[in-house]
Design a protein around this ligand. Structure first.
Ligand code: ANZ
Ligand code: ZN
Length: 820
């Protein structure tokens, strides 16, 4: 027939794959094929799959299928990131349990993944909301706790008044809750943290391993988030206070230019230092500051605000008395929450000095205009002035010098600071992993013993029980909360917070290696065989947090001796977004594209091909600019080529005698496709496949359907399309007379002799008489040329049953066959 029926092919091959399981990873110890571990960032089960999934998973599948084609032992698993707020909100709204919504959506998505033809090993499927999974979050928490990597502290936290929950810094977008866009407040709460800051330097250093494998901009985002800065701690005495106050500065060379001192308005220190006569103005000011986000506070174009605290600090190098202010541009939780202000050389300090008429003193002469006049601080290289014994030194030389002097006097030292904060783990919500700690009045924080894990979520809470109240809904489950202390047996209470769901996604890829392992989170031997992940695929929205947390977990597990690598993802591909008419798809714009409808209309293969053909995988796809209908037309042409070649010839034809032009086209296409796939330029690979289909069609139209070169081209088309349009490819392969999945172990290497663009004409003589002329590559080998000459039909006929005495080869232009 003229065109294929997508639905028929989909049903047929889905059933076949389910039965034959061609995409299962092998655990056979005798299987020594190279291994590939390919992981797509696992989905969150919010409704059915959407266009974003369609793109990400199509890209991941091209990579996985290519490794299958190369004959490798591929682990390409799937799971669900199935804890989290949306399930809880749905449960409150519909008076159900979050599990109902969650597992129903997982089933829907699983069916869609199957229909979408992703080459997955379904036997390793996991869901993070299963007790068999979250048990290991708890197991690891206990170990982190024992190592001092999990701890509780009072902290100012971001609080969403609508969701009634604490938000991590990253969940606050421009001062608003990432999910509901309500303005975020700051609150003091006792919370659990993971001590990721202990790993700040290693998280930086190990990025060296990722260069080339990860996009540079992702590495830069990680580096900025960790935010290492080198400088010095300097102690300033405060009049009327016993203890000095330490400040962190990256510019100790500017110490002589400090003309005032600033404490974060919301730090306890500001409250303590405030003189009685300034109390009222200070408290008013502090109340205003409490409403601002860090981002607003640090925004450079805001008018600077602050209040004088009625106190003075003493500069340790020149004994100068400088006023102490409270301001919001200094953050309570960075450095020491206090700074020495050097307005000549720091823009924020200069803005502040100009607002409050404080002195500006240049201490590094950079050749630029006077900051006091221009309003622009000077930060460049230069020579020190107004700096006593440091005068005349360069900035670069002065920094170690002043650190040395401070160290000798015991008033300072060189130090390194990181922007990275500890990972706030506690969530006052239900649908997450319960924190496995029991609070005992006698023993304190007691970890739940391993043999009592998992601490399961109580199953009697649902609907309105889960509504936010400012404390975790788990606190209401008194049967669950009240337990005996594992240490002393006395009455104690479970911790009622649940873990941030980023914990779930920090190690799930390891679990894929041994999904049923039940004595540890994973079988170290299996992880040693598969890990680390060779290729990870996911969106850039995870460029910072998820990846940083997964890297942190990997390092902790390495330190625990459970794994032998320190980075989880060797290569990372960040696909672009699918947009429509130039904008992100959204309900309010009404520009959403429904994946299911696109598939119903054009079939899975055409949708997948469209997504991959649209451009390089990192770039956004505007659905308004692509044409699944054109993809479908192309696939039908490819289908006809495979069907016609399959009808005209049988497998096993020696292609050597086939039409040379088409053979060259095939091998050149194959070489370019291989190169493009290796370089992850999948759209280019499709373009070359399209050219090959055109070349094969022309040959068929010219009456060559039975020519071995047409078969060779058609088989190459099936093998290549297996990466992008798996249903048509399988069907074509079958029509070409082959059994088994086209995707497994069928990739071919191009024949180098056919890749050379120019060719020379080689004269083939039999007993010194011209019998044939063949086109060959100029650099063809003697052996290859002899083989081609002897394969010529004309030459064979001429030799007949005479015996070949000798073959004289003068490559590339002459072959003379001497016969008896
Ligand atoms: C004096 C100085 C002079 C500074 C100068 C800079 C330039 P990074 O690079 O981000 O680490 N700082 C220190 N603690 C702060 C806090 N809690 N909130 C806001 N600002 C703080 O920045 C370090 C610099 O930021 C420090 O060096 C300090 O200002 C300020 F010409 O000290 B500097
Ligand atoms: Zn106890």
């Amino acid at each position: 027939s003229d065109s294929y029926d997508a639905r028929v092919l989909q049903d047929k091959w889905q059933a076949r794959w389910a039965k034959e399981n061609p995409f299962a990873a092998s655990e056979d110890p005798a299987d020594d094929r190279p291994r590939s571990f390919i992981v797509d960032m696992f989905p969150y089960p919010s409704g059915d799959l959407h266009m974003g999934h369609a793109e990400a998973f199509a890209i991941g599948d091209v990579i996985a299928r290519y490794r299958f084609q190369l004959g490798e032992n591929v682990l390409h698993p799937i799971g669900w990131d199935s804890f989290g707020l949306p399930a809880e909100n749905a449960a409150i709204k519909h008076d159900t349990h979050p599990a109902e919504w969650t597992y129903a959506n997982i089933e829907t998505q699983a069916e869609s993944f199957k229909r979408y033809g992703i080459a997955l090993d379904w036997s390793r499927r996991l869901h993070t909301s299963d007790p068999e999974y979250y048990r290991w979050n708890q197991w690891m928490f206990v170990r982190f706790f024992r190592k001092g990597l999990a701890y509780r502290k009072d902290g100012l936290v971001n609080w969403c008044p609508k969701d009634q929950t604490v938000l991590a810094n990253e969940q606050v977008v421009q001062g608003r809750c990432e999910r509901c866009h309500t303005e975020v407040e700051r609150r003091a709460l006792n919370q659990w943290y993971y001590k990721i800051t202990d790993y700040a330097q290693r998280l930086l250093d190990d990025m060296e391993q990722l260069r080339g494998g990860w996009a540079d901009d992702v590495l830069t985002m990680q580096r900025n988030w960790i935010g290492r800065s080198q400088g010095a701690d300097v102690d300033f005495a405060i009049e009327g206070r016993e203890e000095p106050v330490t400040v962190f500065t990256t510019r100790p060379d500017t110490l002589y230019g400090a003309t005032f001192f600033v404490v974060a308005a919301d730090a306890p220190l500001a409250d303590e230092l405030c003189a009685a006569e300034q109390r009222t103005v200070f408290e008013e000011y502090r109340a205003k500051v409490g409403k601002l986000s860090d981002i607003e506070r640090q925004s450079t174009d805001r008018e600077k605000t602050g209040v004088f605290l009625g106190r003075y600090a003493i500069n340790p190098v020149n004994g100068e008395r400088i006023p102490v202010w409270a301001a919001d541009y200094v953050l309570a939780d960075y450095g020491h929450g206090a700074i020495m202000a050097v307005p000549a050389h720091d823009q924020r300090d200069l803005d502040f000095a100009r607002t409050f008429d404080l002195p500006v003193r240049v201490v590094v002469e950079t050749g630029e205009a006077d900051p006091a006049e221009t309003g622009t601080a000077t930060a460049g290289e230069g020579t020190l002035v107004n700096s006593g014994p440091l005068d005349g030194m360069t900035k670069t030389d002065a920094i170690p010098q002043i650190i040395e002097v401070l160290a000798q006097r015991g008033t300072g030292s060189g130090t390194i600071n990181y922007r990275l904060r500890d990972w706030l783990l506690s969530r006052q919500r239900f649908w997450g992993t319960p924190i496995p700690i029991i609070h005992c009045p006698a023993c304190g924080e007691v970890p739940v013993p391993d043999d009592q894990l998992p601490v399961r979520l109580p199953d009697n809470l649902r609907g309105a029980d889960l509504a936010p109240k400012g404390v975790s809904p788990l606190a209401a489950a008194s049967d669950w909360v009240n337990v005996d202390c594992p240490e002393c047996g006395g009455a104690a209470k479970r911790d009622t917070d649940t873990m941030d769901t980023f914990v779930d996604s920090s190690w799930y890829f390891l679990r894929y290696c041994s999904p049923d392992f039940d004595t540890a989170p994973f079988d170290p031997e299996k992880v040693a065989e598969w890990g680390p992940v060779d290729q990870y695929i996911g969106g850039k929205e995870h460029a910072i947090l998820h990846l940083l947390y997964a890297r942190f977990f990997t390092k902790v597990l390495y330190d625990m001796g459970m794994i032998s690598f320190t980075e989880p993802f060797t290569r990372l591909l960040n696909q672009g977004q699918v947009i429509n008419e130039g904008r992100a798809m959204s309900k309010s714009l009404g520009n959403g594209v429904d994946l299911g409808k696109e598939i119903d209309r054009f079939g899975v293969d055409a949708v997948r091909l469209t997504v991959i053909f649209a451009g390089p995988p990192e770039e956004d796809i505007d659905w308004a600019d692509v044409s699944p209908a054109a993809s479908l037309k192309f696939l039908n042409r490819a289908y006809r080529v495979m069907a016609q070649a399959g009808a005209a010839s049988a497998p096993g034809l020696d292609p050597v005698t086939g039409d040379l032009e088409l053979r060259k086209a095939t091998h050149q296409a194959l070489a370019k496709i291989t190169e493009a796939v290796e370089a992850q330029r999948f759209n280019v690979a499709i373009a070359r496949t399209m050219e090959l289909v055109t070349a094969a069609r022309k040959a068929i139209e010219a009456g060559l359907a039975a020519d071995p070169a047409v078969r060779e081209a058609a088989e190459t088309i099936a093998i290549t399309l297996a990466l992008f349009a798996p249903y048509v490819a399988e069907e074509g392969w079958e029509l070409l007379g082959h059994a088994g999945s086209v995707t497994v172990g069928n990739w071919r290497s191009p024949d180098p002799a056919l890749l050379v663009q120019e060719s020379v004409t080689c004269v083939v003589q039999v007993a010194s008489k011209l019998r044939d002329k063949i086109e060959v590559a100029p650099d063809i080998s003697a052996e290859e040329l002899e083989r081609l000459a002897l394969a010529s039909e004309k030459v064979k006929n001429s030799i007949g049953d005479r015996q070949i005495r000798k073959v004289v080869v003068r490559q590339p232009k002459l072959v003379n066959i001497v016969v008896a």
